[in-house]
Design a protein around this ligand. Structure first.
Ligand code: SAM
Length: 282
């Protein structure tokens, strides 16, 4: 088939398209195909999306959309999806993840419009993979509130959650939020992942107090994902570790049990393996 991608015709419906969070090379082949083949693009900011399209050599009608758009505007967009392929993008990353699109997708599905998602860059997931923090369970909680009491209450909601916590943050607010983490989630390993996929990508990990000292001397620029390791990684006692190992050994070999408990607690896998063998022999 010798069809130029520009002429590719897409079935009518809504296409959720993830776009790069910094490095334009992270656009997916499928995203390009859909942006080329669609009839129009709903976006947060026509200038931002216009720049991406220019880089890709694509020209399409752009419609400004956010979840606060008038119901009438959203209704029109949904009606147009009955006969046209409409792509949804945000300024960067995956639409709907702390970005507009939730109401559009919800209403499109309710109207029996076909909805397709094109996965791709997402700052939270990129940060999780980079940080080295336990990733078998994680909880993404979006932006941290700006006001002091709301911030403390918000972080308090997650104090007992046994998972790595992920938040979106901005440079000017970082040290205040780290201060709140030191107070509300004390002793937890914390990571600051900054400028992901860009020239000055950085991921710095340590106790929140150490990170505050660093970032007070080096005010952070750019976009930030803040991660807080699970309480179990810091607090698992030897007795807790033995209990986890015994539990895992009921169904797994020692090596697999050690790997699972290492992931859960952040402890050294080889030492866990040695302990698992002791427990098996006892
Ligand atoms: N939907 C996007 C996604 O999939 O990541 C997130 C949109 S949200 C409005 C923007 C926030 O994402 C930023 O304030 C920052 O916390 C985070 N972010 C976006 N790009 C980033 C990057 N390159 N490095 C670190 N954090 C980033």
């Amino acid at each position: 088939m010798d069809e130029h991608p520009d002429q590719l015709s897409l079935a009518a419906g809504l296409y959720i398209v993830a776009t790069p969070i910094g490095n334009l090379g992270d656009i997916t082949l499928r995203a390009i195909e859909v942006l080329r083949g669609c009839d129009g693009i709903a976006c947060e900011d026509t200038r931002v999306t216009g720049k991406l399209l220019k880089h890709l050599g694509i020209s399409k009608p752009l419609w400004r959309y956010n979840d606060h758009s008038e119901d009438r505007d959203r209704g029109r967009l949904i009606e147009s999806m009955r006969s046209r392929a409409v792509a949804l993008v945000s300024d960067a990353g995956t639409p709907l993840v702390s970005d507009p699109g939730y109401r559009l997708v919800q209403e499109a599905r309710a109207a029996d419009i076909p909805v397709t998602t094109l996965p791709g860059p997402c700052a939270a997931i990129a940060a999780l993979t980079l940080s080295g923090l336990p990733n078998d369970r994680f909880l993404f909680a979006g932006f941290v509130p700006n006001k002091e009491k709301a911030r403390l209450d918000f972080l308090g909601e997650f104090a007992t959650v046994d998972a790595t916590l992920l938040f979106y943050e901005t440079g000017p607010r970082l040290t205040k939020t780290l201060g709140a983490i030191a107070e509300i989630l004390p002793g937890r390993t914390t990571s600051v992942a900054r400028e992901l996929t860009k020239l000055y990508e950085e991921c710095r990990t340590g106790p929140a107090q150490d990170l505050i000292a660093h970032f007070e001397n080096h005010p952070p620029k750019g976009e930030i994902v803040l991660l807080v390791g699970p309480p179990s990684a810091n607090e698992a006692s030897d007795a807790d570790v033995d209990a986890l190992l015994r539990n895992a050994l009921e169904t797994e070999k020692a090596s697999r049990a050690a790997a699972l408990v290492a992931k859960r607690t952040g402890r050294d896998r080889q030492q866990l393996y040695a302990r698992a063998m002791e427990l098996k022999a006892s």
